[in-house]
Design a protein around this ligand. Structure first.
Ligand code: GTP
Ligand code: MG
Length: 219
């Protein structure tokens, strides 16, 4: 069995997968959750030796939840499959579980001025401030690279299946008294066409999804 199962949500990322899959640490299993790709992502991932899980329901949360449900290793990691984050950085985050953390969040450090658009940074800073107000937990980023113990994460029973999933994870973990810590990770321009952060429509949807989660938390 792998030490760590790495969940890679994937919607049409065939251009990025070669870079991503080549950077999986030894003893990690890549679980590529194919979310209806039409560009051959699933076939590429399978041929490269990854485990492929098919999730027909669209949405970032649906893809990640399917991957977490398929994980059998004691530790589960989550990372975007668009080559904006480097899986070879994960062992440093996993090590933090051994020194007292329950949830390790990658704090994105842009490597390039186009890596992280201004509107996304502003939205992120606002969310971090709201999380602090609601939970008392001080974090600076709601980034997509994360590490936790598999059983514990499944036990949080996250409900959101869209872009509110990462925020819901932090709020539920805080409610459960988890020790939540951050570690710097490099954030680079993605390979392939932008679907969320780089588009107006994607950003509006993400803000809507996250606001719904926050309303639930403050009600
Ligand atoms: N947007 C989106 N991404 C999905 C979905 N299912 C899986 N994913 C994957 O989730 C990860 C994050 O999505 P991204 O499109 O990179 O979202 P983002 O980083 O906010 O924005 P961009 O990189 O600008 O597109 C990627 O690996 C996607 O391929 C889905 O239904 N919608
Ligand atoms: Mg991305």
């Amino acid at each position: 069995m792998a030490d760590v199962d790495l969940v890679l949500p994937c919607l049409n990322e065939v251009g990025a997968l070669p870079w991503v899959l080549a950077r999986i640490p030894p003893d990690y299993r890549a679980i590529v959750v194919d979310n209806g790709s039409t560009d051959g992502s699933a076939e590429y991932a399978r041929a490269a030796g990854a485990t492929v899980v098919t999730e027909p329901m669209k949405g970032f949360g649906a893809a990640v939840a399917a991957g977490v449900a398929a994980a059998t290793a004691p530790v589960v990691a989550i990372c975007d499959a668009d080559a904006s984050l480097d899986p070879s950085e994960l062992p440093r985050l996993v090590a933090m579980l051994e020194t007292g953390a329950d949830l390790v969040l990658g704090r994105r450090v842009p490597t390039h001025r186009h890596a992280w658009p201004l509107h996304a940074r502003v939205a992120n800073a606002f969310l971090a401030q709201r999380i602090h107000a609601v939970t008392g937990v001080r974090i600076t980023d709601i980034g997509p690279m994360r590490v936790a113990r598999t059983e514990a994460l499944a036990g949080l029973q996250l409900q959101d299946r869209r872009s509110g999933y990462p925020l819901e994870m932090v709020l539920r973990a805080a409610d459960a008294g988890w020790r939540i810590v951050e570690a710097d990770v490099a954030y680079s321009p993605r390979i392939g066409r932008s679907k969320v952060t780089g588009t107006v429509r994607g950003t509006i949807t993400a803000i809507r999804d996250m606001s719904r989660i926050l309303r639930g938390a403050t009600a």
